[in-house]
Design a protein around this ligand. Sequence first.
Ligand code: FES
Length: 106
Amino acid sequence: MSAITVTWVLHDGAQITAAVAPGTSMMQAAIAANVPRILGDCGGNLACATCHVQVAPEWASRTGPATDMEDPMLDMTEVERGPTSRLSCQIIADPALDGLILHVPA
Ligand code: FES
């Protein structure tokens, strides 16, 4: 499978776009692309909430809602959660997400 394209939009409007291999989490991809403020301190184990992103509204139906395990962690994010908040370690690249846009909280 070929890589998908993902864009992170930073608080100041700057954008970082990267090619992401299917199967890669958006937290891993953000770190590889040097996206600021995505730390992934727990390595993707749903224990830190330092990988918080807000999915662009038009993509939210494709990424889906937070899982039952993820939802309580979203109450612990540094920036208050919004309606499309997800922990990006729980969003895994697949071809249906090609073009995905993620907003990085300030
Ligand atoms: S990397 Fe820790 S919760 Fe996502």
